[in-house]
Design a protein around this ligand. Structure first.
Ligand code: FES
Length: 156
């Protein structure tokens, strides 16, 4: 039943969290509406824009396409969890240094994809490979040049 309320246990940014959600609630809405972690953005709500990107078990995923109940027991990192011990993540630092945003709406998703990319040594160092790896994140302002520079800088 889609409207059945279920209990979901997650680790969000290192903290154990328990949610009561209906079984059709996607992770994006659970994070924003239940946990008030509104850094993760809703753009298309259809897996096309990447604004909702978070890490589940260290992998970047579109949280608008993942049911919250499917994440039982899993570790989720949102943009709020990217900085550690009061230090910006290298990707956050690089986005600042390179002005890699305009309106900023896509920025959390861009940074989560970039942070996952930094951990993935299968992605080659050239610009074309980084562009391809980041191609699921759309920036309607067209700040791609600076985003690419930031990701490449963070990768150094
Ligand atoms: Fe999830 Fe656009 S809101 S991909």
């Amino acid at each position: 039943q889609a409207d059945e309320t279920v209990t979901v246990n997650l680790f969000v940014n290192g903290e154990p969290r328990q949610l009561q959600v209906t079984s059709n609630v996607v992770l994006l809405d659970a994070l924003r509406d239940e946990l008030h972690l509104t850094g993760t953005k809703k753009g298309c709500d259809h897996g096309q824009c990447g604004a909702c990107t978070v890490h589940v078990e260290g992998k970047a995923i579109n949280s608008c396409l993942r049911l919250a109940v499917m994440c039982e027991g899993q570790h989720i990192t949102t943009v709020e969890g990217l900085a550690r011990n009061g230090e910006l993540h290298p990707v956050q630092r690089a986005f600042l240094d390179h002005d890699a945003y305009q309106c900023g709406y896509c920025t959390p998703g861009q940074m989560m994809s970039a942070a996952a990319l930094l951990e993935d040594d299968r992605i080659a160092a050239d610009d074309a490979s980084v562009r391809e790896a980041m191609s699921g994140n759309i920036c309607r302002c067209g700040a791609y040049k600076n985003i690419l520079e930031a990701v490449q800088d963070a990768r150094q």
